[in-house]
Design a protein around this ligand. Structure first.
Ligand code: GLY
Length: 385
C-alpha cells in the first residue's frame, strides 16, 4: 500500500481544507431534515440541501462551497447488515460551483486531491475515470489535460453516468474508480471497470449539473452551469485504510467495539452475530444523528432504526437498554466535526434510553401474550399453533 492509511476524521478535514485552498467556503453540514424540499424525507446527498443555489433561485453565500454532509439512505434498509457494504448513515464530501468553475477545474482538482502526495496520494495507476457516453469535452480533459491514456477512460450510459436524485438539478457525470487489485475480482473474463464485483469501486462523482428535472422526466437547461461532486467519506476511508467494508473503518470499528464490549459478541465470529453487530452499529449512528437534528423516534417510522437495533441487541442476549451507551461512543467519535452533538448529548442519550425502555416493555408485553396463548393452546391438547 503506497498511500498513507489516513483516519476518517483526518480525511474529512483534508478534503475541506484542500477546497479552501481553491477558494471554497467551508459550510457546516446541513440538517438531515430537508428544509424546503418535499421530494425527499431525509437528506440523501451533499447537494440536496442546496438545490436552490444550483437553480439560481437563491444566492449562495459564495459561488464556491465545500461541505461534508450527513446523509441517510433507507431504500435498502432490509439488506443492511446482511452485507458488509451497505449502511443507512454515511457522510458525503462535496465541492460545489454555482455558476462559477466547470469541468476543467472540477476534474483537475479531484485528480489532484486523490493523487498528490501532499494530499491523499493514491497511486494514479489504480484510478480510472468514467465519463457520460458522448461527453467528448470530459474525455479531452482527462486525456489531454490530465494525461490519462484513452484506453483507461470508460464511457458509460445514462444508467451509470447521469446523476439525478428525485427532481431538481442534474446532469452527466464523470466518476473515478479505484482498483483494489485482482484478489478482489470475480476472475470472469472481461472483468473491468463497471463490473459488479468488489474489484473496481467508485470513489468520486463529478456531476456537471446543467439541467433541471421537473420530477416528470422533463429536462430543461439551467440558467447557469454548476458543479456538484459527491465522495462517500467512509468509502474513501476504506480505500485509504485498505479495509473491506465501512464497518472496518477506524471510527466505525470503534462503535462496533463498544457494542462488542456490551454484548460480548465479537465481529468475525459468525455470520449471524456479524449481521446483528452491523445493524446495531449502523442504526445507532443514524439514530444519534437523526435525534440530534430533532427527529423523534416516534415520527412516521423514522424510529424504525432504533427499534431494529434494540431487537438485534436482544438477539445478542442483551435485555436491558444499552443503545444509549453506544450513542456515547458515536458522539465521541464525531465530536470534532459535529460539536453540536456534544452539546446535545444529554438530550440525545435520554431520547434513546426512553425509546429503548418503551420498546422493551412492548416486546415483554407481546411475549407475555404469546406465552399465554401458547399455554392455552397446550391445555386444549393442540399440537399445531
Ligand atoms: N451529487 C453527486 C453524488 O451524490 O454523487
Amino acid at each position: 500500500m503506497a498511500h498513507k492509511a489516513y483516519g476518517l476524521n483526518e480525511l474529512r478535514e483534508m478534503f475541506l481544507s484542500f477546497f479552501e485552498t481553491k477558494g471554497h467556503l467551508r459550510l457546516p453540514s446541513f440538517s438531515l431534515v430537508p428544509q424546503h424540499d418535499k421530494s425527499i424525507l431525509l437528506i440523501n446527498a451533499g447537494m440536496t440541501p442546496m438545490k436552490t443555489y444550483f437553480t439560481g433561485e437563491e444566492e449562495p453565500p459564495r459561488r464556491r462551497v465545500c461541505t461534508c454532509q450527513k446523509c441517510i439512505r433507507t431504500a435498502d434498509i432490509e439488506n443492511i447488515g446482511k452485507t458488509a457494504r451497505h449502511g443507512t448513515y454515511f457522510e458525503m464530501l462535496g465541492n460545489f460551483s454555482f455558476g462559477d468553475y466547470f469541468k476543467h477545474e472540477a476534474i483537475a482538482w479531484s485528480w489532484e486531491f486523490l493523487t498528490s502526495p501532499d494530499w491523499v496520494g493514491l497511486e494514479p495507476d489504480r484510478l480510472y475515470p468514467s465519463i457520460y457516453v458522448d461527453d467528448d469535452e470530459a474525455f479531452d480533459i482527462w486525456n489531454k489535460e490530465i494525461g490519462i491514456p484513452a484506453e483507461r477512460i470508460f464511457r458509460f450510459g445514462k444508467e451509470d453516468n447521469f446523476w439525478e436524485h428525485g427532481s431538481g438539478p442534474c446532469g452527466p457525470c464523470s466518476e473515478i474508480y479505484y482498483d483494489r487489485g485482482p484478489e478482489y475480482g470475480c476472475g470472469k473474463p472481461g472483468c473491468t471497470v463497471g463490473c459488479d464485483c468488489d474489484r473496481y469501486i467508485e470513489v468520486w462523482n463529478n456531476v456537471f449539473s446543467q439541467f433541471n428535472n421537473d420530477g416528470h422526466g422533463n429536462y430543461t437547461e439551467l440558467a447557469q452551469k454548476n458543479i456538484d461532486t459527491g465522495m462517500g467519506l467512509e468509502r474513501l476511508a476504506c480505500v485509504c485504510q485498505n479495509v473491506d467494508s465501512l464497518f472496518d473503518v477506524d471510527t466505525v470499528m470503534n462503535i462496533t467495539h463498544k457494542v462488542s464490549e456490551i454484548t460480548g459478541a465479537h465481529y468475525g465470529e459468525s455470520h449471524k452475530t456479524d449481521v446483528s453487530l452491523r445493524i446495531i452499529t449502523d442504526h445507532i449512528r443514524s439514530a444519534t444523528f437523526m435525534i440530534g437534528d430533532g427527529i423523534l423516534p416516534s415520527n412516521e417510522g423514522r424510529g424504525y432504526v432504533l427499534r431494529r437495533a434494540a431487537r438485534h441487541g436482544k438477539l445478542l442476549g442483551v435485555n436491558d437498554p444499552f443503545l444509549y451507551k453506544v450513542c456515547d461512543t458515536v458522539i465521541h467519535e464525531n465530536a470534532t466535526a459535529y460539536p453540536d452533538l456534544v452539546e446535545k448529548k444529554e438530550y440525545i442519550t435520554r431520547v434513546i434510553r426512553v425509546e429503548e425502555e418503551n420498546f422493551g416493555r412492548t416486546i415483554d408485553a407481546g411475549m407475555k401474550i404469546f406465552a399465554d396463548m401458547l399455554a392455552a393452546h397446550k391445555e386444549k391438547g393442540e399440537t399445531v399453533f
